[in-house]
Write a protein that binds this ligand. Sequence first.
Ligand code: ASP
Length: 331
Amino acid sequence: MKSIKLTPFLLLCIILSCSAPQSERVSDIDNGPKVKLVIHGGAGTIKRENMDSETEKAYRDKLEEALRAGSAVLDAGGETCEAVMKAINVMENSPLFNAGVGAVFTASGENELDASIMKGDDLNAGAVAGVKTLKNPILAAYEVMLNSPHVMLSGKGAEAFAEEQGLEIVDPDYFKTERRKSQLEKVQKRVEKEFGTVGAVARDASGNICAGTSTGGMTNKKWGRIGDSPVIGAGTYANNATCGVSATGHGEYFIRSSAGFDVSALMDYRSETVADASKQVIDKIEKLGGKGGLIALDAQGNVAMPFSTSGMYRGYITEDGEVVVQIYGDE
Ligand code: ASP
């Protein structure tokens, strides 16, 4: 056998390759094609072996539909928040995702929804929490941002405000799907937590960013529990100087970590790339014991989609119209 001479250069190569970070969650295309819209449909225990091909196709098709709907708004010269809302509406109106009609059940068998939205140009933001009758909570969050002097409204007050703004009100039974009901029964038996959420971040040609998130929260939640999704700086954040962020996962950890703001702060104060900043935040949350993921898009169109769960429904569309949709950790 031919022996290989260990030159100093070869030794250095071996050391460097051994210390390369081991990560399954590389979905970042920093400095790759310029992205105009990125979305997620929730992170969680999403594994190939538990998914049949029909369900997988349904998820991929719906994610693509959401991307194309939001992208069409941008192509027609619409604002980034309109694109975010359009993409989120597609997912809110699908029972596949834990938002809108697909919202999970609380411990008492109700559905309490949360949403938030933020603009990166003036840092204006709006949110609703614990609403039970709003078909599309992301639209209510937008109205709070535009037409109220507040950032967050909750419960019945938020519903009354949304009705005044002419938004669609539904009977609470609208959210009672069989799939989520049986999920509650299973979760109650196992005493485990289930999550999932939808979110979008859009950017226009001038570098304006908008980020939004909408969720049913966590299955079996009680005591009026509110997660990170409607909390500006945790589940949602946007700043044209840095990036827009929408998170999904175990909300308490994302609130405690100020996740969305932390990604922006790492970019702002330490000049990190969107990919490095996003991954660090997910790593920090995992160290605290929290699982989940986030999508982030900077003003130049670099995107990051790190997660610490086995999968995250996610996708983006580039300025050239290329659509990428992914589900599992190895994609
Ligand atoms: N973050 C959401 C919450 O804690 C749930 C999720 O994203 O899956 O309410």
